[in-house]
Design a protein around this ligand. Structure first.
Ligand code: NDP
Length: 262
């Protein structure tokens, strides 16, 4: 092996262990993007606690695929302040620090405004926005004490562009962006960072329900001409949790194949 190739392979090993020893909490890790995030962060050397709301079996299956040790699963319903607090209490009874938080769990309840039920509006806001407030408030106490931490909130391209039939979802995701910018301002002096990742259309259960016609209409708007993968989103999350992004806060990193430039 030449010196040049030795150097290249050494740096690629260290790049893949970007999160060695970091303790990271991920909400909604039982499937979809969250499961991909959990897997990639564990591969990068992090110790992971991840949540599910109702699909415990699915969470256990994800757990079985994780490399490393010390990972744990927590039940958490983001619409309930008590449930979030209980999960956080359980976590901090054996973790003394939380280096990273990924607010990934989210739902849609689509419908045109004229026909949207109040409960469908409320549930989306409560899960996606108010839930993010609960977890951030709980976790930042520990991060401020440690004078270190990185929060990554998963928003959506829809929070940037809006979308007919998704007033509730767009409001929740735009809210998360404003929330995150404010948090970055509040916590910067304590060396705690807060950023968003805004996926475009990613291949998951959330997009599996789209008809072929809707999918082909979407693909026409994407310069890179494909849906994204969960790994595409997970890579952006990993970067923002790592010290490679230590001078980046208050930003929204779009992972959308070019369908919208923010
Ligand atoms: P999935 O529907 O595949 O997974 C949702 C996750 O959230 C599951 O782990 C689920 O737990 C959890 N969850 C649902 N409701 C609650 C609740 N009330 N309290 C706590 N956890 C809950 O979602 P995706 O992977 O598709 O999306 C993940 C994130 O990415 C979301 O925030 C979404 O808005 C965003 N996003 C997704 C895009 C996509 O194309 N898929 C595009 C842009 C953004 P359980 O398994 O137990 O039900």
């Amino acid at each position: 092996m030449t010196t040049a190739t030795k150097t290249a392979s050494t740096s690629s090993v260290s790049a893949s262990r970007l999160l060695d020893g970091k303790c990271i909490l991920v909400t909604g890790g039982s499937r979809g993007i969250g499961a991909g995030v959990v897997r990639l962060l564990a591969e990068a050397g992090a110790k992971i606690a991840f949540t599910y709301s109702s699909r415990e079996d699915s969470a256990r299956q994800v757990m079985e695929t994780l490399p490393g040790s010390g990972h744990q699963i927590l039940q958490m319903n983001l619409t309930s302040e008590e449930s979030v607090q209980e999960a956080l209490d359980q976590l901090t009874s054996n973790w003394t620090r939380i280096d990273g938080l990924v607010n990934n769990a989210g739902i849609t309840k689509d419908g045109l405004l004229m026909r949207m039920k109040t409960e469908d509006f409320d549930e989306v806001i409560q899960t996606n926005l108010r839930g993010t407030f609960f977890t951030c408030r709980a976790v930042t106490k520990l991060m401020i004490k440690a004078r270190a931490g990185s929060i990554v909130n998963i928003t959506s391209v829809i929070g940037l562009t809006g979308n007919a039939g998704q007033t509730n979802y767009a409001a929740s995701k735009a809210g998360v962006i404003g929330f995150t910018k404010s948090l970055a301002m509040e916590l910067g002096s304590r060396n705690v960072r807060a950023n968003c990742v805004a996926p475009g259309f990613i291949q998951t259960e959330m997009t599996d329900v789209l008809t072929d016609d809707v999918k082909s209409a979407i693909l026409k708007k994407i310069p890179l001409q494909s849906l994204g993968s969960v790994e595409d989103v997970a890579s952006a999350v990993k970067f923002l949790l790592s010290d490679e992004s230590k001078y980046i806060t208050g930003q929204t990193l779009s992972v959308n194949g070019g369908m919208h430039f923010n």
